[in-house]
Design a protein around this ligand. Structure first.
Ligand code: MIG
Length: 754
């Protein structure tokens, strides 16, 4: 391939761009209806309103009358009642509580301030567009202000200095810093000036979008390749507060069923019933906890979704029921491509009822995927969503409670890797091209899957796992980061990726433990499992033809250590589950960057290789072969070494030793951790005990959330939320909300460090 040689940088390869930018010009007319300003510009139309005292919406359409339409990402964006409007010859002003937005009329400009502090200010050009329908906005940004969020991106945590584009892409290889476009598109950035201001910018536009923190010195540019510039600007207290406000718009991660937070084992593919049973048996033999096994594409007959292969899986129901009885859930993969086969009922129904994606003339789009030529459900139609959802009874009646959606970028085996951009999607009457809808395809599929499972499984929280998505995907699915490789660099890269997903509203995410492609080594499996045990989603998965990487395939020592960390995951599960409760309430993610908890500490700004689980546990993994030492940054305060109980005073770096069986883990002094007893999986009853980490300055405190692990009864009060306070003398005060009976053994509080 010539483009991978020096040919790629021939002098004559530089393309001439014909990019003439046209500016939106001046405000020509303004209408205030009590909630929303609508107006016209020299070129185009705009609307502006405030959602509350922190968030404003600002939309400009250079070519059409702008409307309040937004994508599926947005759940709540009603205007704040009681916003004050004023107008002079040169300016328009909106005020609500501490928030003030000023629009300059000639040329158009927008400035937003909170409590008198300017936090967003358009630069020049404020709004511009080109003849290819690209629309952009530039605004002021301090040159060295770090940028976070932006979803699932390669590279380190701070995206300042980069040019990020969003176009959902199936990338088998490579995943490196040059691979900007991966499976998810979340056009949301957090611009943070330590000790000063934090601003969130959400560009809700599903075309290919761009966030340019590279080209200009004191400006940032956001752009979309079509449609309107529809932005939500958040003026926040800090990073956590920005994520709270962003998830108030796009929704939080619903509390998952507890089994989805246990250990999951997968492989592309366990190819037969016998193999699946053998894997389950090995977990039993070695006494390793296991909550879920995955069925990858080989379970299907000819890769037809909603079928089982009769030779390989002749007794699928029996298999799943047997595993369920051992407390093991089974999650099958479901891809969007439906095989073009006139004797296949799913295909026939889809054609007969008009449920597939078509060209504007009504002819079905076909693309090549696993089953050969396939049609692609038009998940944008509610009737397709219902139909697809209902098809899941095929699995749920066999005992399945979770579904894995892959290839939903959608991936197609052709030059462009996806559908023809001229294919149309029908949002219940509103037709959009695939060029516009591409980044939304996975999100709509996740919705169809999640709501379908809810309908099939009465009063049961479903689990759905997706590869592709857009802003708001957290409402429906957990996200895994796709086809990583068994490379140390990919272990390292997964940390900032997951932290940035968290800062982009996606709290439930994980990378394939051990790495998907290429061959895992015993040491890499150990180090990766140690990390996975502390991340929101914990699944070991690997590609066909690679060496197997189940816990027992290497040697005795590897098995012992991997097992220890899978068990440790279950020890921490009461704490992890409590964090998932918190994220459902507030949107604040389960795994947090250090900068999220210590936003004023500049030393945390670029830390990509350490993370916090909640606010109380800090993990500093070993990320290189042969390493048994590393530098760890300790933020202010006192930290306890989880293993030795020794204390470390924060505010500086320290060298930490970690032999192969140890991952450095630290607990903040003053924490009361709820920990679970050893179990084989989440279906066993787990006792909870408390460990307090002594703080000589403060009371120790902690929280425990419990419920029945699976149903929605918690939403009707069947939960137990217990706040625990331990005084320096060891007096324990417990206060409980909710009607659920707690598993906490109250008398059993151990104090470390006193
Ligand atoms: O590689 O279904 O990312 O997890 O095992 C082609 C087979 C398709 C890609 C997924 C991977 C899965 C695999 N799929």
């Amino acid at each position: 391939m010539l483009e991978h040689t020096s040919y790629a940088i021939l002098p004559s390869n530089i393309e001439e761009t014909d990019e003439t930018l046209h500016e939106a010009g001046a405000v020509e007319s303004v209408k205030w209806d009590g909630d929303v300003i609508e107006g016209t510009l020299t070129e185009g139309t705009f609307l502006v309103y405030l959602l509350d005292e922190k968030t404003l919406r600002f939309s400009v359409h250079p070519f059409e009358k702008v409307s309040r339409n937004r994508t599926l990402a947005v759940e709540n964006d009603e205007p704040a009642p009681g916003t004050e409007f004023s107008e002079t010859a040169t300016h328009i002003c909106l005020r609500y509580k501490g928030m003030k937005v000023t629009i300059g009329k000639d040329p158009f400009s927008l400035t937003a301030e909170r409590h008198g502090e300017t936090m967003f200010k358009t630069s020049e050009p404020a709004i511009a567009f080109d003849k290819h329908k690209r629309v952009l906005c530039t605004f002021e940004k301090e040159f060295d202000a770090p940028v976070y969020g932006l979803g699932e991106k390669s590279g380190f945590i701070n995206k300042n200095g980069e040019n990020i584009t969003n176009w959902n892409t199936d990338v088998f290889a490579p995943h490196n810093k040059d691979t900007v476009e991966l499976y998810q598109s979340i056009p949301f950035a957090i611009i943070h000036e330590p000790g000063k201001t934090t601003t969130g910018v959400f560009l809700d536009n599903s075309h290919r979008t761009e966030f340019d923190m590279q080209t200009f010195r004191n400006r940032m540019k956001i752009a979309a390749e079509g449609g309107k510039l529809n932005t939500y600007i958040i003026l926040a207290e800090d990073i956590k507060d920005t994520v709270r406000a962003y998830t108030a718009i796009t929704g939080t991660t619903p509390l998952p069923p507890r089994w989805s937070l246990g250990y999951h084992q997968s492989r592309y593919s366990y190819r037969s019933e016998e193999e699946v049973r053998a894997v389950a048996e090995a977990f039993d033999t070695y006494d390793i906890p296991l909550d879920c096994l995955f069925l990858d594409i080989h379970y299907m007959d000819d890769y037809k979704v909603f079928t089982f292969d009769k030779d390989r899986f002749p007794h699928a129901s029996g298999l799943i029921k047997d595993l369920n009885q051992q407390g093991i859930d089974v999650v099958p993969i479901v891809d969007p491509g439906v095989k073009k086969d006139v004797e296949y009922p799913v295909y026939r129904d889809g054609v007969e009822q008009g449920l597939f994606s078509t060209y504007i003339d009504g002819s079905i789009y076909y693309g090549e995927v696993w089953p050969g030529l396939s049609a692609f459900p038009d998940f944008f139609q509610s009737k397709t969503q219902k139909w697809w959802g209902h098809l899941h009874t095929f699995y749920t009646e066999k005992g399945v409670r979770g579904i894995w959606n892959d290839m939903n970028e959608p991936s197609v085996f052709n030059e462009t890797k996806t559908m023809d951009l001229e294919v149309m999607h029908n949002q219940d009457g509103n037709l959009i091209s695939h060029r516009e809808g591409h980044n939304l395809y996975g999100l709509y599929m996740s919705k169809a899957t999640y709501e379908g499972l809810q309908a099939c499984l009465p009063n049961t929280r479903p689990f759905s796992l997706t590869r592709a998505g857009y802003a708001g995907v957290q409402r429906y699915s957990a996200v895994w980061t796709g086809d990583n490789r068994s490379h140390w660099e990919h272990l390292e890269m997964s940390l900032p990726m997951i932290m940035n997903l968290g800062m982009s509203g996606v709290a439930f995410s994980g990378a394939d433990v051990g790495g998907f492609a290429s061959d895992c080594s015993s040491e890499l499996l150990v180090r990766w499992t140690q990390v996975g045990a502390f991340l929101p989603y914990f699944r070991n998965h690997s590609v066909q033809d690679s060496i197997y990487q189940e816990p027992w395939v290497f040697d005795e020592q590897t098995l012992r250590i991997v097992k220890k960390y899978i068990q440790l995951r279950y020890t921490f599960l009461p704490y992890v589950y409590t964090l998932f409760h918190e994220t459902e309430q507030s949107g604040v993610p389960v795994v947090r960057s250090l900068v999220m908890e210590y936003p004023d500490d500049r030393k945390t700004m670029d830390i990509s290789d350490q993370f916090l689980l909640g606010k109380d546990i800090m993990v500093a993994p070993l990320l290189r072969p042969g390493q048994t030492h590393r530098a760890v940054y300790f933020p202010e305060g006192t930290w306890y070494d989880w293993w030795s109980g020794e204390t470390i005073e924060g505010g500086h770096y320290q060298l930490v030793h970690a032999a192969l069986d140890t991952i450095p883990v630290f607990v903040r002094a003053g924490t009361v951790l709820p920990l679970g007893s050893d179990v084989r999986n989440t279906k066993e009853n787990q006792h909870v005990r408390l460990i307090a980490f002594y703080d000589n300055e403060r009371q120790m405190s902690g929280r425990l959330y419990e419920d029945d692990h699976i149903s929605y009864n918690y939403r009707a009060g069947e939960y137990a939320l217990t706040d625990i306070v331990v005084s320096p003398d060891g007096d324990v005060t417990i206060s409980k909300q909710g009607n659920f009976e707690s598993n906490l053994v109250e008398s059993d509080v151990k104090i470390i460090g006193k």
